[in-house]
Design a protein around this ligand. Structure first.
Ligand code: SF4
Ligand code: SF4
Length: 227
């Protein structure tokens, strides 16, 4: 579903405030793309490895959160979001969208809310404050790092003249190539646990326990492959 945009080109110091009244209307009929950090956070929340989480709770090879047949997110229950502390970035930002230009310039769009949404916009804050309230910092940092990694992977694939499988989803396209068995490697760019298991076994390094440390090593490993 495409959500209409209400205001564009907002910056972190732009006036913005929003109070969600938890009507749960926005957790339906969405396509939520995931990066490896978001998968790792959700997997830890569910007590799963990222490999098992991807198999159970995602589609498109791990790049999209699985929704149920009736259009609701699989993590929505009667009380609301059952993974709230680890919910993905788009869920934290809604009704804002964040965009980062390849030169690193960031802006935000304010979207129209769902029909029937009971949330209230106000002007008693800024976007920066809203981001802090939503705990978005680590998720934006991870999104920027994985976006940079994705660019490097795409460049590497072009340099190697590899033909990615046809896909509308660039994340899935990169996955199909980086995990292509005939390529002689299994360094998943989307499945952090699987990639680190292989990488650490080969390099003799311990697998970190902390998600941020895992992410740093995962990016290092995939970057090395891309180089
Ligand atoms: S992860 Fe949580 S907030 Fe996001 S769509 Fe699912 S239930 Fe809603
Ligand atoms: S539709 Fe609006 S009020 Fe309802 S849960 Fe989503 S953001 Fe909150």
């Amino acid at each position: 579903m495409t959500i209409p945009v209400r205001k564009t080109d907002l910056k972190r110091n732009s006036i913005f405030g929003y109070t969600c009244n938890r009507c749960l209307g926005c957790c339906r009929f969405k396509k939520i793309q995931l990066n490896p950090y978001e998968i790792a956070r959700l997997a830890r929340n569910r007590g799963l490895s990222t490999t098992d989480f991807i198999a159970r709770h995602t589609t498109n090879g791990g790049t999209v959160l699985r929704f149920q047949e009736d259009g609701t997110c699989g993590f929505l229950d009667a009380q609301g979001c059952s993974v709230h502390p680890d919910r993905p970035l788009v869920c934290r930002l809604y009704p804002l969208g964040r965009h980062v230009h390849f030169l690193g310039v960031e802006h935000f769009n304010q979207m129209e809310c769902e029909s029937g949404c009971q949330g209230i916009f106000h002007e008693n804050g800024t976007i920066e404050r809203y981001l802090t309230e939503q705990g978005a910092g680590p998720f934006m940092h991870a999104a920027d790092l994985y976006l940079d990694l994705l660019r490097r992977l795409l460049e590497a694939l072009q340099d190697q003249e590899l033909e990615p499988a046809q896909s509308e989803n660039v994340l899935e396209t990169v996955r199909t190539v980086t995990e292509r068995p005939e390529g002689g490697h299994d360094l998943s760019w989307i499945d952090m646990d699987r990639a680190l298991s292989d990488y650490c076994a080969q390099s003799g390094l311990p697998v970190p326990a902390d998600i941020e440390a895992k992410m740093t090593l995962h990016i290092k490993a995939v970057r090395a492959w891309a180089a």
